[in-house]
Design a protein around this ligand. Structure first.
Ligand code: FDA
Length: 397
């Protein structure tokens, strides 16, 4: 415990908790005298590790349909007022070179650190301050002001502000800073929560697919009516790869997911043609020319459709087709927050104003970024939500 300094509380026009993507964007907009606080010794750790070190900082196709939330309309306002093109203008202003990898996903050519440096430079030129290695203690609210106990270098000070912004992110990867602080603050001020769960996360299946570990194939994954066509990867513990991470956000415990292997390719038509041409060939060998060999062995064996092509009836091929186009799988769970890229759920959007991200019942209290119940798809959408919601709150203060 540290004694609270006897000096009078300093007053700041805004205090932002969490120097991640949303918090840095917000502080840069809030401007002169705004104070950004983080308990880590450096800001923007998730930006640094994102996109394999190159940060997939936005997506050209960003729209509200790329987000999950109890209220799918909530994100529209912020996303339309600070768009992916606005962020690209900022990136261009700072001379950061970028490229599109696939599906509208934009990455730095060089390093994710350029995005952190860019946000720091924006904060500096706006006159916002950054306190790192700072512990957030009690927060009280009276007479339209929040008073926050902040401890750094062994000393606790009180900071008063009319505008408190919570940008402390989700639960994934605690070792680089994740904590439940934002959720506790929401509860302290009586805001509703949507139950949190790991999202963009590998799905587990016990050891069902251990023999396929390392196999990758293009697939369509469908969970709760939403489908994604991307790569599917078999692992020792289950399924991963972009298609699975995307579907995981829609998956709920006890649900099946449906898998189509090589969507857009009629695998059974290939088998039928080959049956007419070279019926003595083994079905798994022929299928193994269109999908990975180990997977071809697995699906033929598990469908009990094995042996020479000539011995397979149309009914046998229909059984195999069922497994390849509508393969129903029931995950046992997910890899959890340890591996999740984001946390779905969070502060209920019904408690917030969509234009300013301000709590409807607590004037001056704002929530932005991942702590809010808005979760993007894989592909740069989560950072765009951080920029858009951070900008919305920062410009409203
Ligand atoms: P963020 O997590 O960035 O920041 C929260 C900040 O609050 C942190 O600095 C933390 O230290 C601080 N904090 C937490 N508790 C605190 C406390 N008690 N006291 C003080 N400070 C506290 N998205 C994307 O669009 N493109 C991508 O390429 C990737 N890649 C990616 C890779 C990996 C491995 C992960 C885990 C995640 C991604 N993401 C991503 C998701 C993206 O990183 C995420 O959605 C945003 O960082 C969320 O931004 P926020 O600012 O809301 O939280």
């Amino acid at each position: 415990m540290h004694a609270v300094s006897q000096t009078k509380a300093t007053v700041r026009p805004a205090v932002v908790l969490g120097a991640g993507a949303a918090g840095m964007m917000c502080a840069a907009q809030a401007g002169e005298g705004a104070l950004l606080v983080d308990h880590m010794p450096v800001p923007g750790e998730k930006i640094r590790i994102s996109g394999g070190g190159r940060c997939n900082f936005t997506n050209m196709h960003t729209g509200p349909e790329n987000f999950l939330s109890d209220n799918p309309h909530f994100a529209k306002s912020a996303l339309s007022r600070y768009t992916q093109w606005d962020f690209l203008d900022l990136v261009a202003k700072h001379g950061i070179a970028w490229h599109e990898k696939t599906l509208g996903q934009l990455f730095c050519d060089d390093s994710a650190r350029q995005i952190i440096d860019m946000l720091k430079a924006e904060m500096d030129s706006a006159g916002a301050d950054l306190w790192l290695s700072t512990t957030v203690g009690d927060i009280t609210h009276a007479d339209g002001h929040f008073t926050i106990d902040l401890t750094r270098e062994g000393r606790t000070v009180q900071v008063r502000t009319p505008a408190l912004v919570v940008a402390t992110g989700g639960k994934s990867i605690p070792k680089i800073g994740a904590s439940g602080l934002g959720y506790s603050i929401a509860k302290q001020f009586g805001l509703k929560m949507v139950a949190t769960r790991p999202a963009l996360v590998p799905l587990t299946f016990g050891d069902s697919f251990a023999q396929l570990a390392g196999v990758a194939v293009d697939a369509r994954l469908t969970a709760n009516g939403t489908s994604f066509d991307e790569a599917l990867l078999f692992t020792h513990r289950g399924l991963s790869g972009p298609a699975v991470l995307q579907a995981s956000s829609y998956w709920r415990e006890g649900d099946d997911i449906a898998v189509t292997l090589r969507p857009g390719t009629d695998l059974v038509a290939i088998l039928r043609t080959e049956r007419a041409r070279a019926g003595r060939r083994d079905i798994a060998t022929v299928l193994g020319e269109a999908i990975p060999k180990r997977l071809a062995e697995y699906v033929t064996t598990s469908s009990k459709v094995t042996g020479r092509l000539a011995d397979q009836s149309d009914a046998d091929l229909a059984v195999l087709n069922g497994q390849m186009t509508d393969w129903r799988l029931r995950p046992t769970g997910t890899e959890g927050y340890r591996k999740a890229e984001v946390t779905a759920g969070g502060v209920d959007t019904a408690s917030l104003d969509s234009k300013t991200m301000q709590a409807k019942t607590v004037p001056g209290l704002h929530f932005i970024g991942e702590v809010v119940d808005v979760t993007g798809w894989l592909g740069g959408y989560n950072f765009q939500w951080a920029w858009s919601s951070g900008w919305a709150a920062g410009t409203a203060i």
